[in-house]
Design a protein around this ligand. Sequence first.
Ligand SMILES: Cc1cc2nc3c(=O)[nH]c(=O)nc-3n(C[C@H](O)[C@H](O)[C@H](O)COP(=O)(O)OP(=O)(O)OC[C@H]3O[C@@H](n4cnc5c(N)ncnc54)[C@H](O)[C@@H]3O)c2cc1C
Length: 423
Amino acid sequence: MDRYLTPEHVRLKERVRRFALDAIVPVARELDETSSFPWETVKTMGEMGWMGVPVPRALGGMGLDDLSYILVVEELARHDASHAITVSAHTTLGTSPLLSFGTEEQKRTFVPPLASGEVLGGFGLTEPGAGSDASGSRTRAVREGDGYRLNGSKIFITHAGVGEIFTVTAVTDPEEGARGITSFLVFKPTVDLERARSIEFGHKDDLPFTEGVRAGKKEDKLGWRASDTRELLLEEAWVPMEQRLGEEGQGFVNFMKTLDAGRIGVAALSLGLAQGAFDVAVPYANRREQFGRKIWDFQQIQFRLADMATQIEAGRHLTYHAAWLKDRGEPFSKQAAMAKLFCSELAMRATLDAIQVLGGAGYTSEYPVERMMRDAKVCEIGEGTNEIQKIVIGRHILEEMLGEPSKQSNAPSAREPAGAIST
Ligand SMILES: Cc1cc2nc3c(=O)[nH]c(=O)nc-3n(C[C@H](O)[C@H](O)[C@H](O)COP(=O)(O)OP(=O)(O)OC[C@H]3O[C@@H](n4cnc5c(N)ncnc54)[C@H](O)[C@@H]3O)c2cc1C
């Protein structure tokens, strides 16, 4: 991986690894069992700068490249995927829409508290009737005075409970389909206000909180159990014009771009999970004895681990390459979808294989591989299901074959049927 990583990248990866081993590994199992948000460790990650890795220094971030951010997510996921998705969702879904589409004033005001992790951010797109087909959004934004009145409900929103700054999408012009969707910034206080105040992290008193925006039901999930996932409800919420993010009707194209980048994060998270499972399986195979020999000596075990190692290496190339393209300002949409598709399937396979190598022990919570397997599944679903990734990849292949100009951009092509573009 030397082709991609500088000495600074390697040092950052090592810092994250040390922190994960010292501070996350000891609490990960309990956080998973109790489905508790890890406020203390997230605060420390904020202090380390990891809640704003690719955010420019002028806006309070570390000012590093996307590959650095990817390495942080991968290394965290190697030890605990809930911590990794907290950083990933906060950065690519919470902060990047503001960075990419915000006015100078919006960026100056709202990016610094996100970059420092002082408050957590999120992205509200999915609705009960609009999942893969995000153009089916029912959330409405109607012009009223010098602003908009928003009504609707978003589901499965990462940080909807603990977070305070959100980009949400709403239909401003129902006649225009996908081109009638607009993005807005909304603010709500964290549901853990007391906790946030006591640790002086996670709440900012002077945010312009939007009346009518609140967190709904908390999901009881298979995996990512220490990550906060809830409904985000918009009830007669009035949002001033200066909280519109981008132009009217641009919401759809903008969230497509946001999700393109987000997919590299999910790929990195998946890769970390696969590596973490491998890290557990190899020493176990070299330790455990049956039939008077280490199970490592059985060819079936060794071949399983050889396959895992090969696929992890391939996944790492795909993921780092997508981040490298993004860092160079080159189109990366196809490569991001490929990395997400390949690595999420890899995470699922590798975690199941690790359980198999550990036998009965792997099926218990004594080892982290069962948690990793549960954490891996959602990587095939979130930020666009794998079926949708194949549609995205297929669209690029077709465009390349036809030599269409849209291949130069990460935005959806005008030929795209609205319903096929999705989260
Ligand atoms: C833990 C978690 C966190 C999440 N965080 C967020 C968040 O922060 N913000 C946010 O907005 N959303 C979030 N989501 C929502 C996530 O993006 C959606 O769940 C995902 O896009 C799929 O939508 P859906 O669940 O409605 O499934 P559906 O769209 O109903 O899909 C069901 C099945 O049909 C398949 N399918 C659908 N359309 C097609 C097609 N055209 N061709 C072939 N197959 C198809 C799908 O691939 C899938 O297998 C989160 C979800 C989870 C589970």
